[in-house]
Design a protein around this ligand. Structure first.
Ligand code: NAP
Length: 252
C-alpha cells in the first residue's frame, strides 16, 4: 500500500489552490483544512454544523492563512439539486476547484448485520457514499477547469478488508474504493484530474472514540501527525498518480 507519512512539502505547496474539504468542522477534516490553508490554499469548509465551521474559519484566519469560505451542507438530507446549486455557487465564486477531500463520514453502529437497523444502514450509505458520489458528479466540471486537480476519497481499513460487525460503514467504504477506481479510469485520459483513496488509519477523533470506547486515546496518532500523505496527494508532487489506494500511516 502506498504511503507518504514522512512527506515534507515545499513551503506554500498549495498556494493559490482552491480546495473543498467535507466534514471540515471536526476531527481529521478540521485539521486537514487548517493544514491545507497553512500551505497557502483557499479552503472551502463544508459541513453540517455551522458553529464548528465558523470556529475552523476563525482558526484559519488566526494562523495567518488565506481567508476560507464556508458552505453548510448536510450530506444526509442533500439531494441532486442541492449539489448542483453548490457547484453553481462555487463556480460563481471561484471559477474552478483544484482539489477536494471527501472526508465527512459517520460510523453508524458496530453491530451484526442481522440486527442492523435498515434506516441507519441507509443513513450511513447516504453520508459516506451516495452523497459524495453526487457531490463528485456535480463538481467534476469545476475540477476540470484546473490544470492539476486532485480528488481524495477517505477510505478505511475495513473498506479494504471486511471485518465482522462493521456493517454499513465497511460496505460504504468498499463502495467508495470501487467508485474511486471507476472514476479514476474515466477521467485519466481526458482530464488532468487524479482520483485516489486515502485510509487515515486509527486517528484520535470522536469517531475513533465511538468505535473503540475502551481505548486510551493517547495510544493512537492525532490528526496533526498524519497529514503527510494528505499534503502529498493534494499537491503537485502527486501529479499523474491516479486510481491508487494510499494509507496515511506506515504501520497499517
Ligand atoms: P469525526 O471526528 O466524527 O468527524 C466527521 C466529520 O464529518 C465531522 O466534521 C462531521 O460534522 C462531518 N459529518 C458527519 N455527518 C455529516 C453530514 N451528514 N453532513 C456533513 N458533514 C457530516 O470523524 P473522523 O475520525 O475525523 O473521520 C473523518 C473521515 O476519516 C471519515 O470518512 C472516517 O470514516 C475516516 N476514518 C477515520 C478513522 C479514525 O480512526 N478516526 C479511521 C479510518 C477512517 P459534525 O462535527 O458537524 O458532526
Amino acid at each position: 500500500m502506498l504511503c507518504q507519512f514522512d512527506y515534507q512539502s515545499p513551503a506554500q505547496l498549495l498556494k493559490n489552490r482552491i480546495i473543498l474539504v467535507t466534514g471540515a468542522g471536526a476531527g481529521i477534516g478540521r485539521v486537514a483544512a487548517k493544514t491545507f490553508a497553512a500551505q497557502g490554499a483557499t479552503v472551502i469548509l463544508l459541513g453540517r454544523t455551522i458553529s464548528k465551521l465558523e470556529a475552523v474559519y476563525d482558526e484559519i484566519l488566526a494562523q495567518g492563512s488565506p481567508e476560507p469560505a464556508i458552505y453548510p451542507l448536510n450530506l444526509e438530507g442533500a439531494s441532486w439539486p442541492d449539489y448542483q446549486a453548490m457547484a453553481d455557487r462555487l463556480y460563481e465564486e471561484f471559477g474552478r476547484l483544484d482539489g477536494v477531500l471527501h472526508n465527512a463520514g459517520i460510523l453508524g453502529r458496530i453491530s451484526p448485520v442481522q440486527s442492523y437497523n435498515p434506516e441507519l444502514w441507509q443513513q450511513v450509505m447516504q453520508v459516506n457514499f451516495n452523497g459524495p458520489v453526487m457531490m463528485q458528479q456535480a463538481i467534476t466540471a469545476l475540477l476540470a477547469e484546473s490544470e492539476d486537480a486532485s480528488v481524495i476519497f477517505t477510505s478505511s481499513s475495513v473498506g479494504r478488508k471486511g471485518k465482522a460487525f462493521w456493517g454499513a460503514y465497511a460496505a460504504s467504504k468498499f463502495a467508495v474504493e470501487g467508485f474511486s477506481q471507476v472514476l479514476a479510469q474515466e477521467l485519466e485520459n481526458t482530464t488532468s484530474i487524479r482520483v485516489n483513496t486515502l485510509n487515515p488509519g486509527a486517528t484520535r477523533t470522536q469517531m475513533r472514540c465511538d468505535a473503540y470506547p475502551a481505548e486510551n486515546p493517547s495510544t493512537v496518532r492525532a490528526p496533526e501527525e498524519i497529514m503527510g500523505t494528505y499534503l502529498y496527494l493534494m499537491g503537485a508532487d502527486s501529479k499523474g498518480i491516479t486510481g491508487q489506494m494510499f494509507n496515511a500511516q506506515p504501520d497499517l
